[in-house]
Design a protein around this ligand. Structure first.
Ligand code: CDP
Ligand code: MG
Length: 674
């Protein structure tokens, strides 16, 4: 049987436009050919079941989290039995590594144990998370577990960019890696804290790598100066402990046993390149067969795919021929506004089905209860920084086998579950082991990230933020820049906007670039979001609908803009508008993003001036097909090619005018042929 899809055509870069996907999906063949999923028909091999079950704890009883009290749930977590042992180890060691499967209770319980045992003494406990959604959802959960009407912001609080929900009373503070880094900018010794928990340590980004170094150094200096000691706890879901331990002078590591129920795993019979469409088809297969409230979690790679998939499921759900309970579609991706992210944690109504479509956030960072089915596309989008090219890349790639098992495990949190892999068994066997990946940042734990540090300093120097390469001192401009919770290039744009008389516009652009996309496509309908402010409160929703604007994201962007405007006003910056003189704004953007210019060459190709990388304009850009000679970009996305996103046009000669130092020191050559 042909297992191809008749829904939508993927365009060249693999994305399927939601407007192409109106036809019904044809069924997809899995290796459980004969009807509904049954664990008996598809036995896991020994290695597979070991990877996802812990037979000691698996007595087949269903845990129904909504029926048992929250305190009872806490006592059932694997970490609970280890409480005293853990506290003893934390007391004894200044640095400790705690490893345990996702869902064992590390993030929610350990900070509370420390707090109840008063190990933090007179300081605070910081718990860092690589993602804002994890920081917020965990803080809400822990506040709820504290009980007695505790609200978040009291003893338990969180701090993420553009949102600080803490108070004088806060003792347990969940915060993103980036926020703790910002705090360290103002107090290198982190004196506010006596315990820093670096959570999800396997999710390494440039931020975490730098943060680990800073925390380690703060601990050492505090010790040397006889200041209040700083305890460091590193927590991770993966078992590769050696590099963490070595980095922290061979410190002690403890393992926590996890607990999951058996999960039946199904593979597709044939490979499916259009994994997004296959996920949708598989969802409807499950939807038809599974009882209500057996919720589904779909792993896709990023916002565009997730929104397209959500749109298609909503659309198909309206089809009178679709059988099954009412469907509630939730989406989860990193830069989504937090209020929207929180909806995935709301328990579903009786006799409905919740489907959560998520990036790898739901792999280890957050736990959503009620999930019984997982659909795994097998793909992930990885943000990586290449010190050699200086480009930050978003790359879609196959997951590792470990990630595949993590995803599978999410279906077995509360009872037996099912995992549908949108790849064949042989494809799975070809997937890499996590240890075969070189870390995306090319920074090893034992060697300091020289190349990356040098590149970052060079960038700060060119932006005028540091006095010179030999000193770490910020220049007066650098000090002003550090007041903004932004990438230094964006802070520079806001400061330069004075000179170009376009701070009004620059604030809007930077706020939009700092939030998730407000556009819902299609490109032909894209309008200037500017008019939004003149639309009355009650007309906003229809206005957004009509203009294909995501209302939540535009409200969030406006909130971000207000905060940035406040900081500008405090810094005595004059807010003026350049009106229709858009060249002023473009020049201003160039003053921060001069390293992000690409030039048109033959064959409609663009080459970046900085690192001579071959790139193309992303098909979703309104500049696609126009071929301006010079473009300024903010993002590079790598799928099968390198694509530039969020662009504007500039004139080549502006570069020498605005960033002469850069053009000279990098010996930038312009292409004379075009
Ligand atoms: O950090 P780790 O993955 O070990 O587990 P955790 O995040 O502390 O979660 C432990 C348990 O708390 C989960 O299995 C969920 O049942 C529950 N939890 C929740 O209900 N809501 C949250 N936002 C976070 C956790
Ligand atoms: Mg955790």
């Amino acid at each position: 049987m042909d297992s191809k899809y008749n829904i939508g055509n993927s365009n060249k870069n693999g994305a399927v436009s939601k407007f192409q996907m109106r036809l019904k999906p044809t069924p997809i063949l899995f290796n459980n050919k004969n009807g509904p999923p049954s664990p008996k028909k598809m036995k896991l091999n020994e290695k597979e079941s070991k990877a996802i079950t812990n037979s000691n704890n698996n007595n087949g009883n269903m845990i129904k989290p909504n029926r048992i009290s929250i305190q009872e749930q806490r006592r059932k977590l694997p970490v609970f039995d280890k409480r005293n042992k853990l506290l003893e180890l934390i007391r004894r060691h200044k640095t400790l590594i705690i490893l345990g499967e996702t869902g064992s209770g590390k993030t929610t319980q350990i900070p509370q144990y420390i707090y109840s045992a008063r190990l933090q003494e007179n300081g605070k406990i910081a718990v860092t998370q690589p993602r804002r959604v994890a920081a917020i959802s965990v803080a809400l959960r822990v506040a709820q577990e504290f009980g007695q009407g505790m609200t978040v912001g009291d003893v338990v609080g969180y701090s993420v960019r553009f949102e600080d929900v803490t108070s004088k009373k806060t003792k347990i503070k969940f915060l993103t890696d980036g926020m703790l880094l910002r705090e360290a900018m103002f107090d290198r010794l982190l004196m506010e804290y006596t315990v820093v928990i670096l959570d999800e340590a396997h999710e390494r980004t440039i931020h975490t790598d730098v943060l680990f170094g800073i925390v380690k150094k703060a601990q050492k200096i505090r010790e040397e100066r006889n200041l209040t000691p700083l305890k460091i706890i590193v927590m991770s879901a993966t078992m590769d402990v050696d590099h963490f331990s070595r980095y922290f002078n061979n410190c002690q590591a403890v393992y926590l046993e996890g607990r999951t129920y058996p999960v039946s795993v199904f593979y597709t019979v044939k490979p499916h390149d259009d994994y997004q469409a296959s996920c949708v088809a598989t969802f409807f297969k499950i939807h038809k067969e599974a009882p209500p409230n057996h919720d589904v979690l779909i792993f896709l790679t990023g916002q565009e795919e997730i929104e397209a998939c959500a749109h298609q499921i909503r659309l198909l759900a309206k089809d009178p021929e679709v059988q099954g309970p009412p469907i509630k579609v939730c989406t989860l991706y990193a830069a989504q506004p937090s209020t929207q992210q929180m909806t995935v944690f709301q328990p579903s109504q009786p006799n409905t089905r919740k489907v959560v479509i998520s990036t790898n956030i739901a792999e280890t960072s957050v736990t959503i209860s009620g999930i019984k089915y997982v659909i795994d596309s097998g793909m992930v989008k990885v943000r990586s920084f290449h010190p050699s090219t200086g480009l930050e890349l978003l790359k879609v790639q196959r997951i590792s086998q470990e990630q595949a098992w993590q995803r599978t495990g999410r279906a077995g949190r509360e009872s037996e579950g099912y995992c549908y892999r949108i790849y064949t068994r042989s494809q799975f066997e070809l997937m890499k082991k996590a240890t075969e990946y070189t870390p995306c940042t090319s920074i090893s734990w034992t060697n300091p990230p020289r190349e990356a540090v040098v590149a970052a300093f060079e960038q700060l120097r060119l932006l005028g933020a540091v006095e010179n390469l030999d000193s770490n001192n910020l220049s007066p401009i650098g000090k002003k820049m550090s007041k903004f919770p932004l990438d230094p290039r964006f802070s520079k744009i806001l400061l330069a906007a004075q000179q170009y008389g376009c701070l009004e516009e620059a604030l809007t652009v930077v706020a939009l670039l700092s939030s998730e996309s407000i556009l819902l496509s299609p490109p032909s309908k894209r309008e200037q979001a500017h008019n939004f402010n003149s639309v009355g409160q009650s007309n906003r929703r229809p206005w957004c609908h009509e203009h294909f604007i995501n209302m939540r994201n535009i409200l969030h962007a406006r909130e971000v803009r207000n905060q940035l405007e406040e900081i500008c006003k405090k810094g005595d910056l004059v807010i003026s508008s350049c009106g229709s003189q858009m060249n002023q704004l473009r020049k201003c953007l160039l003053s921060g993003l001069f390293m992000n210019v690409a030039e048109l060459h033959r064959d409609r190709q663009y080459i970046t001036l900085d690192k001579r990388q071959v790139v193309q304009i992303h098909p979703s850009s309104s500049l696609h097909g126009q071929q301006p000679h010079y473009v300024l970009f903010t993002e590079v996305v790598q799928t099968n090619k390198c694509y530039l996103r969020s662009l504007t046009t500039i004139e080549g000669e502006w570069l020498s005018e605005i960033a002469p130092d850069y053009v000279k020191s990098r010996n930038i050559r312009f292409n004379k042929d075009t």
